[in-house]
Ligand binder design. Structure first.
Ligand SMILES: [Fe+2]
Ligand SMILES: [Zn+2]
Length: 460
């Protein structure tokens, strides 16, 4: 039986015995997909057919008495460049990318993720296809690789899917391949200690407000260091609020929206006193703690009140190195928290969280929740766990309070600072006199949305 094989726009006809022989020449045990470049090279260009015909996966698979069937991309000179796709023995669709890396996809996954306008709305970026209508064992009838796209015509519904190869690689899962060059390089986080005082990440207010480049620089500082200073801010609540809104809308809480306060105990919280505040993160009592916090000191006539910042990820890393048992306890034992200082307010998270929170998929630390003042009554731990918790907390606190990890800096009118509240702890020294501080909260997801769109130019 003759096979029709489409490579780019060219279509070849070959006897199945000859194709099988070509495959086995490369991999004697079986005509496995790894033989594909040679498989294609072995085809005779003199047997070229009309370009409208294409390679039938099902026919090829039957003829070869194997599940391996392939298409490959040719470059302008007509040589194979190694990009290919085939149906594997377990019915998954294997794709070889330009660097030779191979990943496999289930047919139903590819059909479900079809990005054509009838399956995925190009404007709303929402799925249109009814996933439950896809057969579990859906198979391609025809596959072609053209330039940067994999085209699949499905056997079940004759639907034509076109998949971008870079997109496919970025979203590969069997195995997960490193992102291709077309995907923007990620910015690794830079953990810091007290020495950051010599080279604070600072951008200019005018740049942030007037150019996307300036905003990008600020967002990059917040993403990389968990803290980003802004100089040249007019010392008014209005300019400060506008700066905050450059990142995202403001998150309202029981403290209000944009806040402008002095030590008047307007709210039942130590922040509204002249007392010192040990390093902490805010709103550990919310199920979803605030993501960012902006501070701008507008007035101070007395003494003290220096601001304190500590990189919680750096401290966590030090704890993991020096006291792994403590790291483990603070990553697993869950704590309670509450906010109850205002009348008719009693906020508690819906579930209890540990101090060190890890992504359950990647196991990477993604959030520090630590405010010893807001830690609530707990009675849910076993007796041995109670002892373990206090012992582990002592090691953590020692590192948080180590001067080698503390950034002390005097805020002043004109210099605002945005802090990643899921990573960087903040505090302040006690003070005297009149001190007027302004600022606001932002949601984590809305901040990350700005990083994705403004900084990374990411789309779905
Ligand atoms: Fe705070
Ligand atoms: Zn589609």
């Amino acid at each position: 039986m003759a096979l029709r094989i489409r490579i780019g726009t060219a279509v070849y006809r070959q006897g199945s015995a000859r194709v099988l022989k070509a495959c086995r020449r490369v991999q004697p045990s079986s005509p496995h997909p790894r033989a594909v470049p040679a498989f294609v090279a072995a085809l005779s260009p003199t047997r070229k057919l009309a370009s409208s015909q294409s390679f039938s996966v099902a026919a090829a698979a039957r003829s070869l008495s194997t599940s391996s069937a392939a298409v490959s991309r040719n470059n302008t000179a007509g040589e194979s460049v190694g990009v290919s796709a085939w149906v594997d023995s377990d019915s998954t669709i294997a794709v070889r990318f330009p660097d030779g890396a191979v990943s496999r996809f289930h047919g139903i996954w590819l059909r479900d993720h079809c990005r054509c306008p009838s399956c995925f709305h190009p404007v709303t970026k929402q799925r249109l296809i009814d996933t439950s209508s896809i057969p579990l064992n859906i198979k391609p009838a025809v596959m072609t690789v053209e330039q940067t796209k994999l085209k699949i015509e499905w056997e079940a519904d004759k639907h034509q899917s076109t998949v971008d190869l870079d997109w496919l690689r970025t979203n590969s899962y069997a195995p997960k391949l490193p992102a291709g060059p077309a995907v923007a390089a990620t910015r690794p986080k830079r953990l810091w200690d007290a020495s950051i005082a010599d080279k604070l990440p600072v951008v200019q207010y005018a740049d942030v407000m007037n150019s996307e480049e300036g905003l990008r620089a600020w967002l990059a500082d917040i993403d990389v260091y968990g803290i980003g200073f802004v100089d040249g801010v007019p010392a008014t609540p209005k300019a400060t609020e506008e700066l905050g809104r450059r990142v995202s809308f403001i998150r309202e809480t029981h403290y209000g929206g944009f806040w402008d306060f002095s030590a008047n105990l307007e709210h039942g919280d130590t922040a509204y006193t002249q007392l010192g505040l040990p390093a902490h993160t805010d709103t550990t009592y919310f199920t979803d703690p605030i993501g960012l916090q902006l501070f701008h000191l507008l007035e101070h006539t007395g003494k003290g009140g220096e601001s304190l910042y500590v990189d919680g990820f750096h401290v966590a890393e030090k704890l993991r190195e020096t006291h792994p048992w403590s790291y483990n306890i603070l990553s697993t034992l869950r704590m309670s928290a509450h906010s109850a200082g205002d009348k008719n307010t009693l906020i508690e998270p819906s579930i209890k969280f540990p101090i060190l929170n890890h992504d359950p998929v990647t196991n990477k630390l993604y959030q520090v929740r630590f405010n010893n003042d807001d830690r609530s009554v707990f009675s849910h731990l076993r007796p041995t766990e109670v002892k373990d918790f206090y012992a582990a907390l002592k090691e953590w606190t020692t590192l948080v309070r180590s001067p080698t990890n503390e950034l002390w800096t005097q805020l002043r009118p004109g210099r605002a600072v945005m802090v990643d509240n899921w990573r960087v702890l903040h505090g302040r020294a006690p003070f005297t006199g009149h001190r007027r501080l302004t600022g606001c909260y932002h949601n984590w997801d809305d901040y990350r949305s700005r990083v994705s769109t403004v900084l990374d130019k990411k789309t779905m």
